[in-house]
Design a protein around this ligand. Structure first.
Ligand SMILES: NC(=O)C1=CN([C@@H]2O[C@H](COP(=O)(O)OP(=O)(O)OC[C@H]3O[C@@H](n4cnc5c(N)ncnc54)[C@H](OP(=O)(O)O)[C@@H]3O)[C@@H](O)[C@H]2O)[C@@H](O)CC1
Ligand SMILES: Nc1ncnc2c1ncn2[C@@H]1O[C@H](COP(=O)(O)OP(=O)(O)O)[C@@H](O)[C@H]1O
Ligand SMILES: [K+]
Length: 500
């Protein structure tokens, strides 16, 4: 699914108005209706304090005030005054409301006009929407601070006021909402970690914009959804044999970290590979054979670390390397040898990435289409510190292009950055996965998918989606606090079932 920017979303509004046909004011009414329904279903308040700017976001706020009033609720409207005349639809809604004398309208012209906000009210933020074109200053910034200091919860309409859709809002005055009721589609701002304090829980309000529009525009960003992964997934043929599903090799573990190897191997086995081998330090062999009897074990010559490749890498259809291997000198030599000898693509995670970060020239040895799966700290070690999280997305994509690899920048909204310059955000998964071992599970899954012949782009998109979905099922079964990485593995099967 394409991730549209603010300008494209406005074009989509205009496209709908032109082709449906529907007049702009009716579209605003549809949007306000959807928000009002949500407010009536999900909030219990004595009174709604509705703060409006003079653009269309403010127009939404005025229409919501009227619809709440029509549903028997009490609403007070506060208008952030400026020299602007107001958008056409704002003015239309203002005129309607003006005639409804039951709804008081207060004009905010200076700091003295900022109202006392009762704890028991609900604040509706309709100051600025996708039309924000500069940071808030003056009275607008004071109002935002005033609302953020209030005890009452804030519901933002479309986007918290002051938050830019497509660029960093670091250092700006931005509404901190408990819920955001956003129209039709997610905005990029909601996928970026640094914006977490602002938008709260995001709810999509379907306003029936014409579905034909997104096909007409191009965008570098996409959201991974079930339909996309269903198109990638290839069901297993009934007459298939294990040779059809590749041979995966996991290289993982060191003394005290055999668990990382176990988690990667088990998740690799659970994700469809025909055969799975695992290269671990000699001392880990018994643990592996007991914990993952379906896998074949290649013991290292060293008792406690990975040091040598006593086998040819070529027979393996994909290799995943890194979880728990440490960054010792012999392991570093091993990784260099692997990168020099291996002819197919690799999945590189954890300490494999830390070793590369210490020896950046190794990046040039990566085979095209390899997958790197850094968490944010590993990403910083590899590619330096960025001034904000939007910049991080940009750098991930430019590095994917430069080294012709796929970079999976992990987090709440994992980004799959592709060498063709595009980026795919994953929206499955939950905070219960923020625990040691979750990343090892992802490495095993990606290696398994690559072994089966999925391209690195397909494997990365499908892998992060299924990993998050398995995490969501694990959270339902165990709860976010109690779930552990093994629970994610236990639910990989159920995640696959959603693709049938
Ligand atoms: N039919 C439709 O299209 C639908 C649209 N919908 C709604 O419209 C919203 C977008 O509306 P919008 O484009 O009017 O922009 P909006 O965000 O309300 O205000 C921007 C105005 O504020 C100003 N301004 C900007 N930055 C500023 C700043 N820092 N400090 C001070 N002023 C600033 C700027 O004017 P300027 O001062 O630059 O001349 C501009 O006029 C969208 O989020 C959704 O809620 C829904 O109803 C669905 C149907
Ligand atoms: N809050 C969260 N929401 C969704 N997914 C998360 C969250 N926190 C972590 N994850 C996922 O869990 C995994 C954690 O990986 P990583 O930090 O490498 O763990 P480890 O190295 O301990 O195995 C990543 O795939 C990440 O996307
Ligand atoms: K808003």
């Amino acid at each position: 699914m394409k991730l549209l920017n603010a300008a494209q979303i406005r074009q989509w509004d205009a496209f709908t108005i032109e082709h449906e046909p529907i007049v702009s004011l009716q579209l605003m009414e549809r949007a306000a209706n959807a928000c009002t329904r949500w407010l009536l279903q999900h909030t219990l308040a004595d009174v709604y304090y509705i703060f409006c700017g003079k653009g269309n976001n403010g127009g939404d706020g005025l229409a919501i005030a009227r619809l709440l009033y029509n549903s028997g609720k009490t609403a007070k409207v506060f208008i952030l005054e400026s020299d602007a005349k107001g958008s056409e639809d704002y003015i239309s809604n203002f005129n309607i409301l003006h005639h409804l004398s039951a709804i008081p309208i207060y004009q905010l012209r200076s700091e003295q006009d900022l109202p006392v906000i009762p704890e028991s009210c609900i604040i509706v933020d309709a100051l600025f929407g996708t039309g924000l074109n500069r940071g808030l200053t003056g009275l607008a910034a004071q109002l935002v601070q005033h609302l953020n200091n209030a005890q009452a919860p804030t519901i933002a309409i479309d986007i918290p006021s002051g938050l830019f859709c497509d660029q960093s809002s670091r250092g700006q005055s931005v509404i901190r909402a408990r819920h955001t009721l956003t129209f039709q589609v997610l905005k990029m701002a909601f996928l970026i970690a640094e914006n977490e304090p602002f938008f709260g829980l995001v709810h999509l309000m379907d306003i029936n914009l014409l579905p034909a529009f997104p096909d007409l525009v191009s965008t570098p960003f996409h959201i991974i959804n079930q339909a996309l992964v269903q198109r990638i997934y290839r069901p297993r043929a009934a007459f298939a044999h294990k040779g059809n599903f590749g041979h995966a090799l996991i290289i993982a573990g060191s003394y005290g970290k055999t668990g990382a190897a176990l988690l990667s191997t088990r998740s690799c086995l659970r994700s469809g590979a025909g055969l799975v081998s695992v290269h671990v330090p000699e001392k880990s062999v018994a643990i592996m054979q007991t914990g993952a009897p379906e896998a074949m074990v290649l013991p290292d010559a060293d008792a406690t670390t990975i040091t040598r490749m006593d086998y040819e890498p070529d027979p393996f259809s994909a290799i995943g390397v890194g979880p728990g291997i440490g960054t010792g000198i012999k392991t570093r030599f091993f990784l260099r040898e692997l990168l020099e000898r291996e002819t197919s693509s690799l999945v590189l995670d954890a300490d494999a990435l830390n070793i590369i970060a210490e020896n950046p020239e190794l990046l040039n040895l990566l085979r095209p289409g390899s997958i790197l799966t850094p968490h944010p700290k590993e990403f910083t070690r590899l590619f330096g510190t960025q001034e904000d999280d939007f910049k991080k997305v940009e750098v991930a994509i430019s590095k994917a292009m430069e080294f012709n690899v796929v970079i999976v920048l992990k987090g709440h909204r994992t980004l799959v950055a592709l060498p063709d310059g595009t980026g795919f955000f994953n929206i499955s998964g939950n905070a219960g996965m923020a625990k040691g071992g979750s990343g090892d599970v992802l490495t095993g899954m990606l290696t398994s998918l690559m072994a089966q012949g999925y391209s690195s782009k397909e494997a990365a998109i499908m892998g992060v989606f299924l990993h998050g979905l398995a995490g969501d099922f694990a959270a339902t079964a165990r709860g976010m606090d109690a779930m552990i990485a093994t629970d994610i593995i236990e639910h990989i099967g159920k995640a696959f079932e959603q693709l049938f």
